[in-house]
Design a protein around this ligand. Structure first.
Ligand code: XMP
Length: 515
């Protein structure tokens, strides 16, 4: 295992993912982790992440100074390297010129860390401070035009530092450098594979659950579906899946989900029809957050009632992923004042999320995995591609794509328009080109003409975006002919719609959803 000590960099998770791509397990821990704790964990290597602070800020995050003497190889990245230099007696100063973006790396010593890194190759820089003198025993491995100490090493102590970010895609040979650290310096074996994870989790689930019963709330998304497959493989019919149909899914989706699970894979799913209950709760509600709140609240009530009916259960399975676990890493201190600052705001509280005081013990077999690892596991475990590649879909579903009040009639309009969007992009074989592609129903009317008749009906917005993780997104340059086909079909096939507009706003400043 490689441990990444997080100093608040936006790239800490990315470092962890890059390490795992080399099939070596990695974990992100707080920079406060002590040398003693690390000794007990006995990782093969330690990486100190970058961070927003300057090592001279009065409350700059420091690592335990015993770390350098553990005999475990350390690689400091950006702030991590500056911290290493400062703590070991070198000096760091504000650089004459801050360096952001691409820089050519010129190699002075092509041994261990820089094997297979091409001289002059592009690396990604983002720093305001630079090392001006190195601690005793260190030497420069590489420089750039602006940064004399771009990569450094103390070979005997196996302490390394890089001023650039090898983990970002713009660093062309970054992954080669990471592989050198992981394999040649830390001597790791490529043991982190999906197959190994699968075997190990099945063993762990069986050992934990024994002969007890487990309940899982299935949403149809990739996380809960993978969880269902995994648990079913581990404990068979001791697992009960419950699907609560709130009535806000896309056309045909609940039926398809039941078919896939119950008939094709023989994983029994209890279908709970709650469409009317949810719709009643939304009468007269216009505010998006109030919609989310009421849907979330009703979900919990239905869940409690139904789990009582189907129970008793000992365990509740939850699809917690690794990013949810590391968000609690404690780096939220202002480096200038030492004050605690607000933690990164989580984008959304997932509807379908359950309160913590339920009387269940938890099984969370996915809590070590990143999202892309869940997809990989899903493929390995045999989930059909239509679930693995399904576009993200918000918990409150179509209810937050109907601007204004949600009624049965408006749900039908949106469901039909949304169906056309998805049907056309599938026909054009473009489903996998978009992160999400969907329709939004507006609460206004616009004038149109059909045949000789004046119409006065709703406009529908079509939104297609590309994104890596949903945190930022770009509006997709969908082909005009595809947009035309979508528009023609919607106005012709969906009663109540006479106009289609395309959303050309990126995130930020927009959001992906309209509510
Ligand atoms: P926004 O609209 O904030 O969406 O740019 C980012 C991603 O989150 C999804 N989303 C939600 N997911 N419950 C969810 O489970 C929600 O209330 C919710 N709102 C937005 C959205 O579809 C996109 O993928």
């Amino acid at each position: 295992m490689i441990v990444i000590l997080d100093f608040g960099s936006q790239y800490s998770e990315l470092i962890a993912r890059r390490i795992r791509e080399t099939q070596v397990y990695s974990e992100v821990l707080s920079y406060r982790t002590t040398a003693e704790q690390l000794r007990q964990l006995s990782p093969r290597g330690i990486i100190l992440s970058g961070g927003p602070s300057s090592v001279y800020d009065p409350y700059a995050p420091q690592c335990d100074s015993q770390i350098w003497d553990l005999g475990i190889p350390v690689l400091g990245v950006c702030y991590g390297m500056q911290l290493m230099v400062k703590q070991l007696g070198g000096s760091v100063e504000r650089a004459k010129q801050a360096e952001y973006g691409k820089a050519s790396l010129f190699i002075d010593d092509p041994t261990d860390l820089l094997t297979n890194v091409e001289d002059g190759s592009t690396m990604w820089m983002s720093h305001g401070d630079s090392c001006t003198s190195l601690p005793e025993g260190f030497q420069v491995l590489a420089h750039t035009d602006n940064t004399p100490c771009a990569a450094i090493a103390h070979h005997e102590r196996q302490l390394y530092g890089v001023q650039f970010h090898p983990e970002v895609v713009h660093s062309v040979d970054g992954i080669a450098l990471i592989r050198n650290f992981v394999y040649h310096i830390c001597d790791c074996e490529p043991t982190w594979t999906t197959e190994a994870f699968l075997e190990e989790s099945i063993r762990e689930i069986r050992a934990k659950v024994g002969d007890k019963r487990v309940l899982l709330a299935l949403s149809g998304g990739v996380d809960s579906s993978t969880l269902a497959f995994l648990l079913h493989r581990a404990i068979g019919d001791q697992l009960t899946c419950m699907f609560i149909d709130q009535g806000f899914m896309r056309k045909g989706e609940p039926e398809r989900l039941m078919e896939i699970f119950n008939e094709r894979f023989h994983i029994k799913v209890e279908y709970v029809s709650a469409r009317d209950r949810f719709l009643e709760k939304l009468v007269g509600v216009l505010d998006p957050e109030e919609k989310r709140r009421r849907i979330g609240h009703e979900f919990i009530r239905v869940f409690e009632e139904e789990s009582r009916r189907l129970g008793p259960f000992d365990y509740l399975a939850q699809g917690t992923l690794y990013p949810d676990v590391i968000e609690s890493a404690d780096t939220n201190v202002d480096p200038q004042t030492g004050e605690r600052v607000a933690v990164k705001i989580k984008s959304h509280h997932n509807v379908g999320g359950l309160p913590e005081d339920l009387q269940f013990k938890l099984v969370e077999p996915l809590r070590k995995l990143f999202k892309d690892e869940v997809r990989q596991l899903a493929r390995t475990i045999g989930l059909p591609p239509e679930i693995v590649r399904r576009h993200p879909f918000p918990g409150p579903g179509l209810a937050i794509r109907i601007i204004g009040e949600v009624t049965a009639e408006r749900l039908n309009i949106l469901r039909d328009a949304d169906f056309v969007v998805r049907d056309e992009i599938r026909k054009w074989d473009m489903y996998n080109d978009f992160w999400q592609a969907f329709a939004v129903l507006l609460p206004i009317h616009s004038v149109g003409v059909m045949g000789d008749q004046r119409t006065y009906a709703h406009p529908v917005v079509v939104r297609c975006v590309s994104s890596e993780d949903g945190m930022t997104a770009d509006w997709s340059r969908a082909p005009y002919d595809l947009l035309e086909a979508i528009s023609n079909r919607i106005v012709n096939e969906v009663k109540g719609v006479n106009r289609v507009v395309y959303d050309i706003t990126s995130k930020p400043p927009g959001t992906i959803e309209w509510e």
